[in-house]
Design a binder for this molecule. Structure first.
Ligand code: CP
Ligand code: NVA
Length: 304
């Protein structure tokens, strides 16, 4: 059955945890030298209208690691740059490849591609969501802490695409999420409202970062200006200054709290060098897990 990954919404808890269990198995098998060839003969098309290091390379490595192949196109290399309708591109690409991975600005681009594609469309980041990243992040939490349902996850900073996908994960999987964002930089209100209806644990929004840190098992942050918001950087630097994850703020969380950052990190902005390089920070395991998670996603969604 054709299934897209536009956001985490629409997936069940069992399905999300299924991706994680499978990614952990694939990770262990790779370490033991097991050769994976499940996607042999399959090709994925990747269209990236924003830059990427981790997501691009980990999707490509995942596809090759499963015996498949990748065709990468930057946005400006396609006729999209010359206004070819998305519905035409979706139908044409579907004749060539077995899956599409897209990184773009508007979520509506992913929605439109998914509407017309006859192969799975996977969201590799939009302004609104970063679902594959959050699956890797939850995987990392489960690896480090054993499980996530009884943990308190803190989000410090911008209510951005990452924050929105964390909200969906919290409501579907069922864990407590507290987000400290400055006024005017809240997560998407519709996503928050609909997640709260489905949630079994509190999803809270506070203004004071110290309040979010109290009792937090996981401390999460991200850049203050996301891709596409570069012209707001200077203004955001002032507004977000109290939300920096530094050793003073970390002292408000339990000593065994772990720190997540999806990277790239802007040192001395949203996170200080000492926190990022501390033993509490698991950002590089998190980055590695993207590859294992992308294997699990590709294996599940691509028609075998
Ligand atoms: N975390 C993440 O998505 O990084 P890239 O922008 O490098 O892909
Ligand atoms: N919020 C960031 C995430 C980068 C992986 C951005 O959209 O730029």
């Amino acid at each position: 059955m054709l299934r897209h990954l536009e956001s985490l919404q629409g997936f069940t808890k069992e399905e999300l945890l299924g991706f994680i269990t499978r990614a952990i198995t694939l990770k262990q098998e790779r370490l033991s030298g097991v050769q994976h060839l499940q996607l042999s003969g399959k090709t994925v098309g990747m269209v990236f209208e924003k830059v990427s290091t981790r997501t691009r390379v980990s999707f490509e490595a995942a596809m090759y690691g499963l015996g498949g192949q990748v065709i990468f196109l930057s946005g400006r290399d396609t006729q999209l740059a010359r206004s070819e309708p998305l519905k035409d591109m979706a139908r044409v690409m579907s004749r060539y490849v077995d899956g599409l991975v897209i990184r773009t600005f508007g979520q509506e681009v992913v929605t439109e591609l998914a509407k017309y594609a006859t192969v799975p469309v996977i969201n590799a980041l939009t302004d609104l969501h970063h679902p594959c990243q959050i699956l890797s992040d939850v995987m990392t939490v489960i690896e480090k802490k054993g499980s996530i349902e009884n943990l308190k996850i803190a989000w410090i900073g911008d209510g951005n695409n990452m924050a929105n996908s964390w909200i969906q994960a919290a409501s579907i999987i069922g864990f407590e999420l507290v987000m400290a964002c400055p006024e005017g930089y809240d997560p998407d209100s519709q996503i928050l409202e609909s997640a709260r209806k489905q949630a079994t644990k509190p999803i809270t929004l506070v203004r004071n970062p110290e309040e979010a840190m109290a009792g937090a098992d996981v401390v999460n942050t991200d850049v203050w200006a996301s891709m596409g918001q570069e012209d707001e950087q200077e203004e955001r630097m002032k507004i977000f200054a109290p939300y920096q994850v530094n050793s003073d703020l970390m002292a408000k969380a339990p000593a065994d709290a772990i720190v997540l950052h999806c990277l790239p990190a802007h040192r001395e902005e949203e996170i200080t060098e000492d926190v990022l390089e501390s033993d509490q920070c698991v950002a590089f395991d998190q980055a590695e897990n993207k590859m294992h998670m992308h294997k699990a996603i590709l294996e599940k969604l691509i028609d075998l």
